[in-house]
Design a protein around this ligand. Structure first.
Ligand code: ATP
Length: 440
């Protein structure tokens, strides 16, 4: 029986709590009191975050012949951000509350101070979200550098490099996963909005006449990616931006939204950026960023369709969506019903007791499975407790090695969601787990 909390505030609290308690996500520098809005990913969190990024890369790069990858620098010179428009327009409207002096994003507060309820604010001013720093020992304009606020510009500035080295032609894409930095005025909701985060972005270059078709195509692909990885359909929706709300570069933007505990909010944005970026960088650098179509003997600037997702934000949505409480044998258990591809551990090997014979067989089982699955090994406390601990962090399969295993060379496989237990010979264990995870 499902007894998952229906009160949204409780759900958020429980997931944040679980994430800290079980080593998914820690407050950064917490021995110094923490550093606001920065987080460290612990042993389970790093596994899960890597899985999220790996699934994205697999779908967007590995499984396609029309997308190649890139890993560009995080530090970049002001010229890049002048051309992209970020120096001038990558700003949020900042206001100060006249009563409590709290600082807020004007567009997020509906005229009422979230701290003290006052409606008196300073005039709003444009606050640039980029982190500015110095590269090298000399101060001054020549040494100014910015931490990238998005990964996209690296794909545009490398357009010619990738085009000539990969011999791709439009429609084709360049994909990148990596850190981005924004000096957010109001970071909030755990890792939903942080100052340092990870993005997964694709810049897909197309002939201008095909832009709309590809824009629709990518909206559908990206929506389905979340469904395929287990997000409940009723918690996912598309939201197309009205023309007057579009960013300076966009000809059309649609967000994939998730129903977070605080309401519908962005998970990913898919934008038709037209030829804005390549044209801006061509003009600013003096290097033409175009495609020469030999067959048609024609030169053109491709349009760009950009699906831009957050890896850390997606991980949070996957955690929230997977969190459930149900009753097993009269006891409430919390369970993360994560897709096996995202789970921090896919298999846990549990010797029933600490007897050396059992540990010996367990280590053989572990060695058999480790090349194929991310495995945990747990020998402490009762088997019931250990099952609960694995359920709570979303491990889909527990393998128990007991005294019978010494005789029948078989183990018990327990399924996280059904809690059903099946006896499986060690010799066919790998095949059994592959079948359970739909792998040939
Ligand atoms: P928002 O309106 O939520 O601030 P945005 O529209 O500015 O986001 P984009 O510039 O479209 O975001 O970035 C693409 C994706 O990167 C977002 O959909 C989100 O998943 C992620 N992202 C953006 N800013 C942050 C942040 N501060 N913390 C975590 N993830 C972020």
């Amino acid at each position: 029986m499902d007894v998952t909390p229906t009160n949204d505030a409780d759900l958020l609290e429980k997931v944040i709590n679980l994430a800290k308690r079980r080593g998914f996500i820690f407050q950064s520098a917490d021995i110094y009191g923490g550093f606001r809005s920065t987080y460290d990913y612990g042993p389970l969190g790093v596994n899960m975050l890597r899985n999220v990024k790996h699934q994205w890369w697999k779908t967007m790069v590995q499984m396609r012949h029309d997308v190649v990858g890139l890993d560009a620098a995080i530090l970049s010179p002001p010229a890049v951000w002048a051309a992209s428009g970020h120096l001038e327009t990558f700003t949020d409207p900042l206001v100060d509350c006249l009563k409590c002096h709290g600082r807020f994003r004007e567009d997020k507060i509906d005229g009422v101070c979230p701290s003290c309820g006052s409606t008196q604010f300073t005039e709003s001013r444009a606050f640039n979200l980029m982190f500015k720093t110095q590269a090298g020992p000399v101060e001054g304009d020549g040494a100014t550098a910015y931490l990238r606020p998005e990964t996209a510009q690296g794909m545009f500035t490398n357009f010619n490099n990738v085009l000539t080295t990969s011999r791709k032609k439009p429609p084709f894409g360049i994909a990148q996963v990596g850190k981005s930095f924004r000096n957010e005025i109001t970071p909030q909701n755990f890792v939903f909005r942080t100052r340092e985060f990870e993005q997964m972005e694709l810049e897909f270059f197309v002939p201008p006449t095909e832009a709309d078709e590809w824009y629709r195509y990518w909206i559908e692909q990206r929506f389905n990616w979340y469904l395929d990885l287990g997000i409940r359909p009723e918690y996912l929706q598309l939201h197309e931006h009205a023309k007057e709300d579009l960013s300076h570069y966009s000809r059309g933007t649609t967000d994939v939204e998730y129903r977070y505990p605080w309401g519908w909010d962005e998970l990913e944005g898919i934008a038709n950026r037209g030829d804005y970026d390549l044209t801006q960088h061509s003009n600013a650098s003096g290097v033409k960023l175009e495609y020469y179509d030999q067959a048609a003997n024609e030169r053109y600037t491709p349009y760009v369709i950009e699906p831009a997702a957050g890896a850390t934000r997606a991980m949070m949505a996957f955690l929230l969506d997977a969190y459930h409480e149900d009753e097993v044998e009269g006891e409430v258990r919390s369970v993360l019903r994560l897709d096996w591809r995202l789970a921090p551990y896919q298999v846990a090997v549990l010797p029933l007791s600490k007897k050396p014979e059992l540990e010996g067989v367990s280590e053989q089982v572990l060695a058999l499975l480790q090349p194929h699955f991310s495995c945990d090994y747990d020998i402490t406390q009762s088997i019931g407790r250990r099952y609960r601990r694995q359920d709570e962090v979303g491990t889909p399969f527990c393998i128990t090695v007991d005294f019978d295993s010494l005789e029948d060379h078989a183990v018990t496989v327990r399924d996280r969601d059904t809690t059903l237990q099946t006896r499986v010979p060690i010799a066919s264990l790998l095949a059994d787990l592959r079948a359970r995870t739909n792998q040939a």
